[in-house]
Design a protein around this ligand. Structure first.
Ligand SMILES: [Zn+2]
Length: 472
């Protein structure tokens, strides 16, 4: 989801002294900690320094830290209310230590962690160090409670490396090797966020999407070789680039099949209740989307991506040649995102049919494993919805299918329920800054995010709910 607005931006023009004392102290504490965390640059593959800092911070707040891997190119650890050896059913708050590289000219140096204009600036402010700091402050508030009462659940902050590179040295490794130690009954990671502009009939409505499922990714390389004549002055009837461009044209012009998966149907149902007119009717009866056809839906790229398998041409290349030479080989790479329920095999079969050229080879570069969705009919989901609306009154909370991928799917694939929510309400310009220049987060929003986590955890830990049976 792309369009976001921040509740806390209502306060942005106000000096910090305008906040109640407790909130001011907590917000500035979050900003100070986040600033220090940002200053430890941790572009994927160099997470260790930042990871050691954050695990030390967790330890200093009374959490039980367990380091799963400590390597120069990755660092993964958990920080829990109770030691993992307690074997309590565990609510895992997932975050990632790594950040994407710096791009563009920043107003404040990207690893300065500068606090200015009511914002904390820097790479990772939102994605994902801000989330980690919010988790820490919420869980640290519960340390005393956990020491005086035998709570029904453990709560663990799980900080991992390499998310931005697909998670192989982070969440994937944890899910494969340490799942039993974690004893997780829920993973709550990144995913949706607070956005506006979602409902056409109420564009100001703040909508928090909780990710319950995501598309799986598949990266493909297409290649072909044609032994044609070589001079560009006399083009042959068939040559490599012509064939590849024609095949890609067929792919990009195709009307992709519209398919409303179960998690997308849940999302449309929840949003459709608040949408008026034809759009609302179509959301409440998503089979109607088929009637619109892929071509019409293309005008709404996010909606289109949520009901179709997509293929984006991210590279086309030839061996080096001079401008008057006809290259005899060409490759193209495709970034494909598959709907829940679509297998890599069936997608590639359909792709070959669309390309209509037997001489184009299709090679799988990488792919994520599809995972079942986590139904939103759990006590955890309900508690999360309530926590969001307590902190952001009048917001709408809805389950969503996430069009990209993140670490949550490694846990879903192993039967662990997982939801994805960044409990922040961000303006559109702040959302655009993620993975871009001038990434920043409002100081006041950090406090709201801490409050969402805390409300959620308190309702689960001291509510009447009994822990569900362990899902493994
Ligand atoms: Zn992230």
């Amino acid at each position: 989801m792309v369009k976001v607005l921040c509740l806390a931006c209502l306060f942005l023009g106000m000096p910090l002294s305008a906040f109640p004392q407790g909130d001011t102290a907590r917000a500035s504490q979050a900003a100070t900690l986040l600033s220090r965390y940002i200053q430890l640059a941790s572009v994927t593959g160099s997470e260790k320094g930042a990871g050691v800092f954050f695990s030390g911070l967790c330890k200093s707040r009374g959490l039980h830290v367990k380091v799963f891997s400590d390597r120069s190119d990755s660092y993964n650890f958990s920080a829990s209310l109770y030691p993992l050896e307690s074997r309590k059913p565990n609510i895992v708050l997932l975050n990632h230590i790594d950040v994407v590289p710096v791009a563009g000219n920043w107003q404040h140096a990207p690893f300065s962690g500068r606090v200015a204009d009511g914002m904390v600036w820097g790479r990772g402010a939102v994605d994902n160090k801000g989330m980690a700091i919010m988790q820490l402050l919420a869980v640290a508030d519960l340390v005393e409670l956990a020491s005086t009462r035998d709570l029904p659940y453990n709560v663990t902050i799980l900080s991992v490396s390499s998310e931005e590179a697909g998670g192989a040295l982070g969440a994937k490794s944890i899910a494969e090797n340490h799942l039993d130690a974690l004893n997780a009954v829920l993973v709550l990671g990144e995913g949706g966020a607070g956005v506006s502009g979602i409902l056409a009939s109420d564009p100001q409505k703040r909508v928090f999407g909780i990710e319950i499922s995501q598309k799986s990714s598949l990266k493909l390389r297409l290649s072909t070789k044609v032994a044609s004549s070589g001079h560009g002055a006399v083009p042959p009837e068939a040559y490599a680039n012509k064939k590849m461009v024609a095949a890609l044209g067929r792919l990009l012009d195709r009307d992709a099949d519209i398919r409303v998966s179960a998690p997308a149907a849940l999302m449309f149902e929840a949003l459709g209740k608040h949408e008026r007119g034809l759009r609302g009717f179509a959301m409440r009866h998503p089979w109607l989307m088929k009637l619109f056809g892929g071509r019409t839906l293309r005008e709404e790229p996010i909606l289109h991506a949520l009901v179709t398998n997509t293929a984006t041409v991210t590279n086309i290349s030839n061996p080096p040649t001079s401008p008057n030479q006809i290259p005899q080989r060409v490759t193209a790479t495709l970034d494909c995102r598959l709907l829940p329920g679509t297998t890599q095999r069936s997608f590639i079969r359909g792709l070959r049919r669309t390309l209509r050229d037997k001489n184009i080879a299709v090679e799988v570069l990488s792919g994520s494993r599809p995972a079942p969705y986590t139904a939103p009919d759990t006590l955890f989901f309900e508690a999360l919805c309530q926590a969001v609306t307590q902190v952001y009154p009048n917001a709408l909370v809805a389950p969503i299918l996430f069009p990209a991928s993140n670490d949550n799917s490694y846990f879903r694939a192993r039967g662990i329920p997982a939801y994805g929510l960044l409990p922040l309400y961000l303006k559109e310009e702040l959302l655009r800054a993620i993975h871009n220049k001038d990434e920043r987060v409002p100081v006041a929003s950090l406090d709201s995010g801490v409050a969402v986590y805390r409300q959620f955890l308190v309702s689960i830990l001291v509510g009447k709910q009994q822990p569900p049976r362990h899902t493994l």
